[in-house]
Write a protein that binds this ligand. Structure first.
Ligand code: GLU
Ligand code: ZN
Length: 320
């Protein structure tokens, strides 16, 4: 087992967005982060990322909590709801603004998609040179040039080690000045995640591989914010879980999800999720026994080299 950098206690989290019910892919991610935390003797926190009300499904939050409980995945501490923490995100925006690290951007969707079509993935900083009038609705973007100046003498380390994927690297130039507060007035995902991961003392981030590209923006933002606050930057450890796909490699959807996880017995779902995570499949037993078996047998490196996890409706054959 790896040692903890700086003896930081292990604090992990599962951070679903309530845009729908938990499906098998989310159960796999929840289970992976749970097993990892428990295998290290750490805490496992639950954070509901409900900062996008228009995309929220009524009843989804309660259903998620119930679903996790039904699968024996009990979290430590109180559930954290991002919708109750807007004041923290606003404070972070003020901190960044006080150091001139953010600027307003009123570029239209059309202009931004044109940039993308021209192959320019990074924002062209149009609004740095042509600031929008104060009364126009605008997003806020992180000014990467200013952030790098602030961090000079302590340059960003753009290399990181993912427990599953191995050595990873992101290019600063590819990130561009990303949005941290949306034009429609909503807080952006990256800002909320960074503020909360810092505030909750998260040490390990175990989540789906679809979020691998968020590491760069989140690391830059966290470093800039900590520097502005005069605090030590975080040492987050990462494990990105291969995505669960339908058998044809496509996205899991209601159509190809023969069985929803709500419809089948929790023990069956846990067995399948353990198999998906390449944990030797235990004999059918109580949920608690199967989870304990999973904790003892959890080895995330078994997922190294797995490009995707194929969804199967029945518990797959036992792994040796
Ligand atoms: N809320 C994000 C999602 O459901 C996950 C955030 C994270 O784990 O960093 O996709
Ligand atoms: Zn702009």
């Amino acid at each position: 087992m790896e040692t903890q950098p700086g003896n930081q206690p292990y604090v992990g989290r599962f951070a679903p967005s309530p845009s729908g019910d938990l499906h098998f892919g989310s159960l796999v991610c929840a289970l992976a982060s749970y097993l990892d935390a428990k295998a290290f003797g750490g805490e496992w926190l639950l954070r509901i990322e409900d900062i996008d009300p228009p995309r929220e499904q009524p009843g989804a939050k309660r259903a998620m909590l119930k679903c996790l409980e039904r699968h024996g995945l009990f979290w430590d501490r109180e559930v954290v709801y991002q919708s109750q923490r807007y004041h923290l995100y606003r404070d972070a925006l003020h901190t960044l603004a006080s150091r001139n690290l953010i600027y307003r951007c009123s570029c239209s969707r059309k202009r931004l998609s044109q940039l993308r079509n021209e192959g320019k993935n990074a924002y062209d900083r149009h609004c740095v040179y042509t600031p929008p009038p104060p009364d126009r609705a605008a997003a806020w973007r992180l000014d990467l040039n200013r952030a790098q100046q602030l961090l000079s003498g302590n340059p960003l380390n753009t290399h990181f080690e993912d427990v599953i994927l191995g050595a990873q690297h992101y290019q600063l130039a590819d990130q561009g000045d990303f949005v941290i507060h949306r034009k429609d007035g909503l807080h952006a995902y990256n800002l909320a995640v960074v503020v909360d991961d810092l505030a909750q003392g998260i040490s390990h981030v175990v989540r789906g591989a679809d979020l691998l590209s968020s590491v760069g923006p989140q690391h830059i933002l966290a470093s800039a914010l900590c520097r502005a606050l005069g605090t030590a930057p975080p040492l987050w450890r990462y494990a990105h879980i291969p995505l669960v796909t339908a058998q044809d490699g496509g996205k899991l959807s209601k159509q190809n999800r023969a069985e929803s996880i709500d419809a089948s017995p929790a023990t069956n779902n846990i067995q399948r999720a353990l198999a998906a995570l390449r944990v030797p499949v235990p004999e059918p037993a109580s949920i608690e026994d199967m989870l304990n078996f999973g904790i003892r047998n959890w080895q995330p490196k078994r997922l190294s080299g797995v490009s995707r996890i194929e969804y199967s409706a029945v518990p797959s054959s036992r792994h040796p």
